[in-house]
Design a protein around this ligand. Structure first.
Ligand code: ADP
Length: 564
């Protein structure tokens, strides 16, 4: 069946092009040059389809379409509007005027013919003829009445709806993902900022503390020392309990100060050949009294012939003290048995030296275990813990190329394991201490050099328990004066003093009393500032960090006297 197409176009070339194209494709073609003419031609020739330009003189495409669609006998003729590409408002306006379909200019010939074929195919499928489809668009409830094929409209609507739903779904999904991501990011940023702020705050506090540590450690030494003395004088009863509590509080202050200091400094390890077993003995001795009074049984299972570690003994001591203090705290309110087991062994296959600190406390739940090495994580009551201990311990162990791990089951205690690479350096100078304290040696003459009178008096009190004779000097110069008067078996000197400090005194002794340099003990009040540390290490001095326990002081005295 031959179809007639009415082409309404004011441009002659465009009209001729369309005419030729449609002719060749087998359509009969009628042409008009504007809307008014088009309307007349439509009445006369009753075409099967109209293709109309938009912009035309006299009557444009929109008016033409509207006039056609409002004429009863013409309105069923499909109206195709030629709109400009990229002008969606033309399509909307065309729809409003009742256009059935659109072809955008410029078009490819093939595409135009294909489109026409589709339109005609659709017309053939159409059964119920045309229907007015009312669509309410937009939130304003603007109503547009479109004369269109029902099927086509429904298809159009559904595909549009599909697109919208899909798009919406995707948008919603993307939005959710983006929001989630933003929230996570925000939380992370906040957490990091808080940590950073906290770390910075701590670092600043640490620096301040480093500055006042000297002053802080002196009164702490005094408190602790007198608590020790009180306990010795009154071994039992309520006074003894009080003395013990004072001593323990001072211990805790000491640990806190040291932790803050190491956080503030973060110095790399200053390594030397270090005996792990000796460190264990020292730590147990340092905390011994506290552990005994807490009713803890301490078991040492130390492998003989351990290779030495190439390590910073002060830092490793800090690790041990922290692990032991944590174990003690964990078992505090836990029923017996309260047992702390410290094991050392060599893992030859892996070239490691292994230390285990095991307790019989309540253990650590899995979700807590995941966090205990984070700085500031603590399950302890406010004021009881800073949450820094384990993170500092891990930091120290890792800076020694080792690992610090935990294994624990709730109800079955906790085991902290330190793995450290075995050192290759052998220094026979480091003596293994006897497991049992050596019997007390005879009374000695000891010169205590410190600028604080309280500290001098305390040391005099402590040392006189063991029958030593003690003199005091307020700085290095006063010490040299005293040495002119008489001789001493041991000199215990503070590192920092006005006038002549500890290092200055030591150098003068090298020149004037070389026999005394082997019996010189350096007391440090600031948990070892770098210069003091260097000096102590290079001169291979025996040192005593304030505040110290009575036992520790006895040990270093035995050590310099060669009685250890
Ligand atoms: P702090 O002791 O100040 O809380 P730490 O970093 O030393 O900080 O310890 C973090 C947390 O790890 C503790 O609060 C505690 O919950 C847990 N923890 C550490 N050691 C033990 C242990 N031996 N037994 C049970 N829990 C422990």
């Amino acid at each position: 069946m031959e179809r007639t197409i009415l082409v309404v176009e004011d441009s002659r070339t465009q009209a001729e092009r369309l005419q030729l194209l449609l002719d060749v494709a087998g359509y009969r073609v009628d042409v008009a040059s504007n809307g008014r003419e088009g309307l007349e031609r439509a009445r006369l020739s009753r075409p099967d389809l109209i293709i109309s330009d938009v912009v035309m003189p006299e009557m444009d495409g929109y008016d033409f379409c509207r006039a056609l669609k409002s004429t009863e006998e013409l309105r069923r003729i499909p109206f195709v509007l030629l709109t400009q590409r990229g002008a969606p408002q033309d399509v909307i306006r065309g729809f409003q005027c009742g256009a059935d379909n659109f072809i955008t200019k410029p078009f490819e010939d093939d595409l135009l013919l294909e489109r026409l074929q589709r339109i005609f195919a659709h017309l053939e499928l159409r059964q119920g003829g045309r229907l007015d489809v009312e669509i309410t668009l937009g939130s304003g409830g603007q109503q547009i009445v479109i004369n269109a094929d029902k099927q086509q409209m429904i298809e159009l609507l559904f595909s549009t709806l599909d697109d919208l739903v899909r798009l919406n779904g995707q948008l919603a999904e993307s939005q959710r993902v983006i929001e989630d991501y933003a929230r996570t990011l925000e939380a992370q940023v906040q957490e990091r900022t808080e940590r950073l702020l906290q770390t910075e705050k701590i670092a600043t506090m640490g620096l301040l503390l480093a500055g006042v540590a000297h002053e802080l450690n002196n009164p702490l030494s005094v408190v602790k020392g007198h608590a020790d003395l009180l306990q010795l004088a009154v071994p039992e009863g309520p006074l003894a309990v009080r003395a013990r509590k004072i001593g323990q509080a001072a211990e805790r202050c000491t640990r806190i100060v040291r932790n803050f200091l190491s956080l503030a400094r973060q110095y790399p390890p200053e390594r030397k050949a270090t005996r792990l077993n000796q460190l264990v003995h020292e730590a147990v001795e340092l905390l011994g009294y506290q552990l005994r009074t807490a009713g803890l049984e301490v078991r040492l299972d130390l492998a003989q012939d351990l290779p030495p570690l190439w390590a910073d003994p002060h830092q490793l001591n800090q690790v041990l003290v922290n692990l032991i203090a944590n174990a003690q705290h964990a078992m505090r309110e836990h029923p017996a048995p309260k047992r702390l087991t410290m094991t050392t062994r060599e893992d030859r296959a892996r070239g490691q030296v292994v230390l285990e600190v095991a307790d019989t406390g309540p253990g650590i739940a899995a979700e807590v275990q995941a966090k205990i090495f984070e700085p500031f994580f603590s399950t302890k009551e406010p004021g009881e813990g800073t949450g820094l201990g384990l993170s500092i311990c891990r930091g120290i162990v890792e800076s020694h190329d080792g690992t610090l791990t935990v294994r624990s089951e709730p109800g079955r205690g906790a085991v902290f394991t330190v793995d450290l690479p075995a050192g290759t350096v052998w220094e026979p100078a480091v003596p293994e201490p006897a497991t049992e304290p050596a019997p007390q040696a005879g009374a000695r003459a000891i010169l205590v050099v410190d600028d604080e009178e309280d500290v001098r008096d305390l040391l005099a009190d402590l040392l006189s328990i063991d029958g030593h004779r003690v003199d005091g000097a307020q700085n290095g110069l006063a010490a040299l004066d005293a040495l002119r008067e008489r001789s001493y078996d041991v000199i215990i000197s503070d590192a920092r003093m006005p006038g002549l400090d500890g290092a200055g005194l030591y150098r003068r002794l090298q020149a004037e009393h070389p026999e005394l340099t082997r019996r010189f003990i350096m007391m440090t009040g600031d948990a070892m500032s770098a210069p003091t540390r260097e000096f102590i290490e290079s001169a291979r001095l025996v040192s005593l960090a304030k505040p110290f326990a009575l036992d520790e002081m006895r040990r270093v005295i035995r050590q310099v006297l060669g009685e250890g």
